[in-house]
Design a protein around this ligand. Structure first.
Ligand SMILES: [Fe+2]
Ligand SMILES: [Fe+2]
Length: 300
């Protein structure tokens, strides 16, 4: 069997397991919100309908919407009020983050990795990617936010289905001072980026997201039409790891690729420094509000 085919077979088997697991339970809400983001005809009602089908999610979205982080001045008790009061875009973000965080539930720390540290990293990448799009390109950055939340979902899948092999890979990466994807490739013949790519493709996400998630450690391989988006995700991921925000799966990433991405996007380092500082402020406000205590929220 050709190497590529063998790799495809192995990952397909894992995706079949994902289909029968709790991870797949996030698919309909996450895909629904991503469709709302990417459909210019979509309305607040479409978003409300997606959220309200899931009562625990509705409760969590309302809880976050009422937190001081979102500065809501009056009690918000319905999703449609949340959309009016704090905005359509903000409610999309809350719904996505609250649904995606359900799968980050492993809290034992192994070689620097835990579900909560990867969650912190993912939300930081999401915020930073969105802020870069808004401030540097004048775009809404909603797909960048979604890509940030989900880019390392392959690690969650490995954690759940490879069990001891995953622990060995984590330990090996730490011991041999390698990026996680190098150890993954040596042990498995594929990496968490391959899983993320196949899973998000299987979930019919827009191609831009699938490509960026699949190339988040090698944006140069993204086709030209998705190069800007993939480079933005790379920059956000790189900077969060460099600043040590949450788990870092690539502590030895190549500054040459980072500089190439900056050049490609025509973004200046000093502009990014300011954006990173603002993102760090947001992250610490979220921590103060207890918004990283996803496990407690999940059980409500
Ligand atoms: Fe990664
Ligand atoms: Fe990452």
């Amino acid at each position: 069997m050709a190497l590529e085919e063998e790799r495809y077979e192995k990952i397909s088997k894992i995706i079949e397991l994902v289909d029968r697991s709790e991870i797949s339970s996030i698919q309909s809400v996450v895909s629904g919100v991503i469709d709302v983001i990417n459909d210019p005809q979509s309305s607040a009602k479409d978003l409300k309908d997606i959220i309200e089908i899931d009562p625990p999610l509705t409760a969590r979205v309302l809880k976050v919407a009422n937190s001081a982080y979102y500065y809501s001045l009056r009690k918000i008790s319905e999703i449609q009020h949340a959309v009016i009061w704090i905005g359509f875009d903000v409610v999309k973000e809350i719904a996505l983050s609250q649904k995606v965080c359900e799968v980050f539930d492993q809290d034992e720390t192994i070689s620097g990795y835990s579900g909560s540290s990867l969650w912190k990293h993912s939300i930081a990448v999401a915020l930073l990617g969105k802020m870069i799009c808004r401030r540097e390109f004048g775009e809404r950055g909603e797909n960048a936010y979604a890509a940030g939340l989900l880019h390392d979902i392959g690690i969650i899948v490995e954690n759940q289905f490879l069990e001891n092999d995953f622990i060995d890979i984590l330990k090996k990466a730490e011991h041999e001072k390698k990026n996680l994807s190098v150890s993954e490739y040596e042990a498995l013949g594929y990496t968490h980026t391959d899983i993320g790519k196949m899973l998000t493709d299987h979930w019919s996400f827009p191609e831009e997201l699938v490509v960026a998630i699949g190339n988040h450690h090698n944006p140069d391989k993204a086709p030209q039409e998705f190069s800007k988006f993939a480079s933005t995700l790379y920059i956000a991921d790189y900077l969060c790891q460099e600043r040590g925000i949450g788990y870092s799966d690539a502590p030895f990433c190549d500054p040459g690729i980072f500089r190439k991405c900056l050049k490609r996007l025509d973004v200046k380092g000093y502009a990014l420094d300011l954006i990173v500082k603002d993102m760090e402020k947001e992250i610490s406000m979220m921590e103060d509000q207890g918004l990283f205590q996803y496990d407690k929220a999940k059980k409500q």
